[in-house]
Design a protein around this ligand. Structure first.
Ligand code: GUN
Ligand code: ZN
Length: 437
């Protein structure tokens, strides 16, 4: 008798809490089994215990030697910047002017937008990322193109139209009114349609007038279950600029606070130069930080202060920030955030980094109980990692004493080659053996 149940046998890892603050924060089954049916997790545990209770006719996929964990969650990424990743510029502001704005201009063409969205979603899957918070461009067409593709693939995505009504080229500017009107129409078209959700997306304080931030705050109140995403405290030149544009604000973060843009499901990229009062406000309002180390090092923006963030118990997540970021791989993000934390005197265990890239991301987005772990009933978004994927990783992971050592080698030496397969809602999205890579 056939059954629709699919079971995946391998090393199974997932988290129930942040290992930095809780004991027993993770579940590790060296010979484990992940059981999936109808796009959802039925169970995760030891193979020896679960195999006997599989229904007759269930399919068992033998992935022994590999690791099965929840799909990665990238909480800050720009899909239109896929084609300009690794563009040289001496810092954020010249990089935006020289490369970013001309690249984003092309997204007024829906065909171009669709083409890049397809490439981008393929690339996320190749890197094991199953959920992302995505910036589109100022053009509503860029959002339609993105969600058309992401909903066809049934991947859980959050995205939004960039709003900017000053300090940008005229060809990319909206107005406070048109930005709000277009965003509201997009909310009605896409928010909570299947696995898609909408994010109000004022690019950053310097490119919005007070009127635009005020209208965005009104939308955030009118649609409280939408997301908000923006950039904050990324670069010292940017911060000096914000001071001149918003002289009444106590800090850069305070600009957003004044317009009601700090709340649950608000995700702020970078957060490098926050002070203690800002950190307390992030925690008090339920807003979360997206840490983007590959971008921050590439653009010379600065080093995120892990010790201060943990001291305040900020909600943290990891992100690539492509195309300021230099890779789509969340393993590469772990590699760089590890070094950034070291430079600030913090030691980040690999277990914490994998938590941040899975359940930490889900929590920061208010998606715990939906994705990010293998709790029964969760959507079955997962990734299969191959420690044998390169000669060096194979050699290094041939011998290890503890799970931490294996995970650390994957975080420091891994990339897209490490992703053997990616599944979304129980369906195979990417298989390395079936692709060119
Ligand atoms: N600040 C405003 N826009 C951007 C962007 O596109 N990338 C980065 N890294 N920072 C920004
Ligand atoms: Zn960004």
């Amino acid at each position: 008798m056939n059954s629709s149940v699919q079971a995946y046998r391998g090393g199974v890892l997932h988290f129930n809490d942040d290992p930095a603050f809780a004991g027993d924060a993770y579940h590790w089954h060296e010979d484990g089994l992940l059981v999936v049916d109808d796009g959802r997790v039925i169970a995760a545990g030891d193979h020896a215990q679960l195999a006997a209770s599989l229904p007759e006719g269930a399919t068992v996929h033998d992935l022994r030697g590999k690791l099965i964990m929840p799909g990665f969650i990238d909480t800050h990424i720009h899909y239109p910047q896929s084609d300009m990743i690794a563009s040289p510029a001496p810092g954020l502001l010249p990089w935006l002017e020289t490369y970013t704005f001309p690249t984003e201009r092309k997204f007024q063409d829906p065909e171009h937008a669709g083409d890049v969205a397809r490439f981008f979603l393929d690339e996320l899957a190749r890197n094991g990322t199953t959920t992302a918070m995505v910036y589109c461009t100022v053009h509503p067409e860029s959002v339609d193109a993105f969600f058309t593709e992401s909903s066809a693939r049934n991947v859980r995505m959050v995205a939004g139209k960039v709003m900017m009504d000053r300090n940008c080229p005229a060809y990319l500017a909206d107005t406070a009114e048109s930005g709000a009107r277009d965003s509201e129409a997009l909310i009605q078209r896409w928010h909570n349609k299947g696995r898609q959700a909408y994010a109000l997306t004022p690019r950053f304080a310097p490119t919005s007038t007070e009127a635009q931030l005020a209208l965005t705050g009104e939308l955030a109140r009118a649609y409280p279950d939408t997301y908000i995403q923006s950039h904050v405290a990324e670069n010292t030149d940017e911060i000096a600029w914000v001071k001149t544009l918003y002289p009444e604000a106590r800090s850069y973060l305070d600009v957003y606070d004044r317009y009601g843009l700090l709340r649950k499901r608000a995700m702020y990229g970078h957060c490098i130069y926050l002070d203690d009062a800002d950190r307390a406000r992030m925690v008090g309002t339920g807003a979360a930080a997206a840490l983007c180390p590959t971008s921050n090092l590439f653009l010379g923006s600065g080093l995120f202060d892990f010790a201060a963030a943990d001291g305040a118990r900020m909600s943290l997540s990891l992100a690539t920030d492509v195309g300021g970021g230099t890779s789509f791989s969340m393993l590469r993000v772990m590699n760089e955030i590890y070094k950034v934390a070291r430079m600030g005197g913090t030691y980040l265990p690999a277990l914490r980094m994998f938590y941040l890239a899975t359940l930490g991301g889900a929590r920061s987005m208010g998606l715990e109980g939906t994705v990010g772990s293998f709790m029964p009933g969760n959507e079955a978004d997962f990734v299969v990692l191959d420690p044998q994927c390169t000669p060096l990783l194979a050699r290094r992971t041939n011998h290890f004493e503890a799970l931490e050592e294996l995970l650390f080698a994957l975080a420091l030496l891994g990339d897209d080659r490490t992703v053997f397969a990616t599944y979304s809602a129980g369906k195979l999205l990417h298989s390395r053996s079936e692709s060119r890579a």
